[in-house]
Design a binder for this molecule. Structure first.
Ligand code: SF4
Length: 412
């Protein structure tokens, strides 16, 4: 699509760079004196997802940014919205109203890399360094597949859009928790997002990510991975985010790929885990994780917790478990914002001070910073209490026993 930006010259032992056409010009210059590359002109914002990624579930470069009306990577790259973001990035500026999930995080945490973009920046640099001859801007290297919304559990922070088994519960909780009605189209299992994959070139794929619902529980996962195996071969690395309740053996094609990573969504341990990941059994999940970790070779075992008000006091135990279970925590950190009755806005000023103090004392200063950034919203707190009552009645799960420290802090 456009020229190679930088190329290693084995004869001179230096990088040669053929500058691409505007707007990506004057990005990088080699400084003879310092022996490093320096940015001249505006420092561009580089995003691996934006430049080489496609996420089926939203039809956009990543889960945070959809591009309206497109249904493939190829179409996306021609779309005016995509070109607008591209132009802003080239000027080193965040586009207004786009990619705000990353810009908000980066503005708040200027000293640490917590955004989705920053979390993959390292891989981006490493990829270009290791594949300098093969690097071609505009090619599809990273694909995120939507495996469908069938899911076997009802995590407290989830909803019918992402989990089929949430539908009956949502209907039951509407009048007594939300005082509102869920749209009718939310009362059926959402279809897999349409993906016109016949026009995208899979042959250059480097990495495929599979999201759900629960990918190991959805029959479409095996089917799509078979297609990718055929087009791109077994060296494409595969990663799957899973709730840990289903064994990896449920997707047989996984064994045909050379590099497979499972990332487990674990936000707490023991009874707290079973409360937050409602319907899951902690001992079974631990066993599934252990089975995967025991599969040596090129398998990877990661973990991606979501931080919310529910696991404020569980994080220390959680991190100990990660070490014991040999799980690698992902670089990207997710702090829950929705539903708003599970974010930090439900804490009163007094509770916020206690929580921030607790987090700082336990070396969780980044979480403390996020907690501090919220203001108290009484209506969210009221909804939270109604939701806890509902969870007790509907699932027979009592936050007083499952999350005792949080209960003692907030006692209704
Ligand atoms: S939202 Fe973030 S990760 Fe997604 S395309 Fe924009 S900058 Fe990249």
């Amino acid at each position: 699509m456009s020229d190679i930006i930088i190329k290693w010259n084995p004869e001179t032992g230096q990088f040669d760079h053929s500058l691409p056409p505007a707007p990506l010009k004057n990005l990088i210059e080699w400084n003879e004196e310092t022996g490093t590359f320096e940015h001249t002109g505006p420092k561009p914002i580089r995003c691996l997802h934006f430049e080489h990624g496609y996420e089926q579930a939203v039809n956009g470069p990543c889960c945070y940014q959809s591009i309206p009306g497109v249904s493939s990577f190829t179409e996306m790259q021609q779309h005016p919205v995509y070109l607008k973001i591209q132009s802003s990035f080239a000027q080193g500026e965040w586009p207004t109203n786009y990619c705000t999930a990353c810009s908000d995080v980066e503005k708040l945490h200027t000293d640490q890399g917590y955004s989705k973009r920053q979390a993959t920046e390292f891989h981006y640099r490493r990829y270009i360094r290791d594949n300098i001859d093969a690097y071609v801007p505009g090619e599809l290297y990273f694909l995120t597949i939507d495996a469908g919304r069938y899911c076997n559990i009802q995590c407290r922070s989830c909803n019918p859009y992402n989990s089929s088994s949430w539908i009956p519960e949502r209907i039951a909780m509407e009048p007594r928790v939300l005082y509102s009605l869920y749209p009718d189209n939310g009362k059926k299992v959402f279809d897999v997002t349409y993906y016109n994959n016949s026009i995208d070139d899979f042959s250059k794929l480097k990495h495929v990510n599979v999201l759900g619902g629960e990918p190991l529980y959805n029959s479409t996962t095996n089917e799509m991975l078979e297609k990718i195996l055929e087009a791109a071969g077994p060296d494409v690395s595969i990663s799957i985010s899973t709730n840990g309740t289903v064994s990896y053996k449920n997707v047989p094609v996984l064994k045909k790929f050379n590099k497979v990573g499972l990332t487990f969504s674990i936000d707490a341990t023991g009874p707290a885990f079973e409360f937050i990941r409602t319907g899951a059994n902690w001992e079974n999940v631990k066993q599934n994780i252990q089975d995967w970790v025991d599969l040596k070779g090129s398998s990877y075992a990661g973990v991606h917790p979501t931080y919310s008000v529910l696991n404020i006091f569980e994080t220390v135990k959680l991190k100990q478990y990660f070490v014991e279970a040999q799980l690698n925590e992902t670089n990207e950190t997710t702090f829950l914002t929705y539903p708003d009755y599970l974010n930090y806005s439900i804490l009163t000023e007094r509770e916020r001070i206690i929580v921030v103090d607790y987090l700082n004392q336990n070396n969780l200063s980044s979480a403390a910073k996020v907690v501090e950034s919220y203001s108290y919203i009484p209506e969210n707190r009221n909804r939270f209490f109604r939701f806890m009552n509902h969870t007790k009645e509907y699932h027979n799960l009592d936050w007083q026993t499952s999350l005792p420290e949080l209960y003692n802090l907030m006692k209704p």
